[in-house]
Design a binder for this molecule. Structure first.
Ligand SMILES: NC(=O)c1ccc[n+]([C@@H]2O[C@H](COP(=O)([O-])OP(=O)(O)OC[C@H]3O[C@@H](n4cnc5c(N)ncnc54)[C@H](OP(=O)(O)O)[C@@H]3O)[C@@H](O)[C@H]2O)c1
Length: 318
């Protein structure tokens, strides 16, 4: 008689966020996976005792840490203490609690801002801690580096299969469209949509438009996480990206045409540009056989449709 294998218990921390909801979409398809999900109201991940009690009760086999205090340049610059403390506590509690309760595998999500401001482009994994960080999001970056190192050293000392993925800039359904705190891509979608609605003849954007950025759709990231969770001996941390970037000027005209805005685009060069370029070296992940499949034009089109649906349903995060 065939014995039915118990489903793999997968805890997705931060399942309500943009990345977390993409991970739920990806893994709810897998029959042999039982998802364990908790909202912040049910489980505040900065509360060490509550996290340990949760782990002792639920005993997940695998943990995906996609919870974090996330935001754009303005938010990072305005609330550095909160960005450092909350992200440090989330990483420490999620990783230490997992180890204390025998979680076999844990994948921690960091971000490309862990790499130095003037890192070689594209940025290889081993340029970590080789130079000063971008000051505008240093607090967040330091907490993410601490999470990465927690995984690396719990793995070295306790042989726990804990490791990290470093995604590039992400976008997709469920993104944050807050006028001040959002990232550049959702900010452009909202700005051009509202300008089209109000029939504005011109839109003024921050900076010069020359910085170059890389964008990965969250559904591609979720697929990359599924790929990384199947590896027997993954690297301690690995970059996840597309391997190509666009200038903010090119991105702005792509979003404007996707939204159907035909007015003029002007640049306010008195506003900060941020880091000149931030492109991930994804040769390691590519060599292992994983590649992003959603192109930027296709991804921006899908995301604008999501934006219209979320707006119409009053679900838009802002
Ligand atoms: N967005 C990007 O461009 C990007 C790029 C690279 C890496 N990442 C990484 O991807 C991960 C998720 O980012 P995201 O864009 O999905 O952010 P997000 O949409 O803001 O989602 C973050 C989630 O974490 C939850 N959370 C925050 N603090 C919590 C706490 N104390 N207790 C419990 N839950 C808490 C939030 O809950 P609430 O809904 O209650 O706030 C939210 O559901 C982060 O680790 C980030 O570093 C993001």
């Amino acid at each position: 008689m065939e014995t039915k294998r118990a489903p793999l218990k997968l805890f997705i921390a931060g399942h309500g966020g943009m990345v977390g909801s993409a991970l739920v979409r990806r893994f709810e398809k897998e029959k042999e996976v039982e998802l364990i999900l908790r909202s912040r109201a049910e489980l505040d991940l900065t509360d060490q005792k509550k996290v340990l009690d949760f782990y002792q009760k639920e005993r997940p086999d695998v943990v995906l840490v996609a919870a974090a205090k996330v935001g754009g340049i303005l938010a990072n610059n305005t609330y550095p203490a909160e960005f450092l403390y909350q992200n440090l506590m989330i990483a420490s509690n999620a990783i230490d609690g997992a180890w204390k309760t025998g979680v076999k595998r844990l994948l921690f999500l960091g971000s490309s801002c862990i790499y130095p401001k003037m890192a070689p482009q594209p940025m290889p994994e081993d340029c970590l801690l080789s130079g000063p960080l971008e000051p505008t999001n240093e607090a967040y970056a330091v907490a993410k580096i601490a999470g990465l190192k927690l995984c690396q050293f719990y793995r070295r000392q306790y042989k726990a299969l804990y490791y990290s993925a470093m995604p590039t800039n992400l976008y997709g359904p469920g993104d944050n469209y807050h006028p001040q705190n959002s990232h550049v891509l959702p900010a452009l979608i909202a700005k051009f949509h509202e300008a089209k609605e109000k029939n504005e003849s011109a839109v003024v954007l921050w900076g010069t438009g020359s910085p170059k950025r890389e964008f990965l759709h969250v559904d591609d990231l979720a697929n990359a996480c599924a790929f990384l969770l199947k590896l027997d001996s993954p690297a301690d941390w690995i970059n996840v990206g597309v391997g190509e970037d666009v200038s903010i000027k090119e991105l702005a005209s792509l979003v404007a045409s996707t939204v159907g805005y035909a007015g003029e685009i002007r640049w306010d060069s008195s506003k900060p540009d941020g880091t000149p370029r931030k492109l991930m070296d994804v040769s390691k992940l590519t060599a292992m056989g994983w590649k992003a499949s959603i192109s930027l034009p296709e991804g921006v089109h899908k995301t604008y449709q999501n934006y219209l649906e979320e707006r119409a349903a009053g679900r838009l995060r802002r």
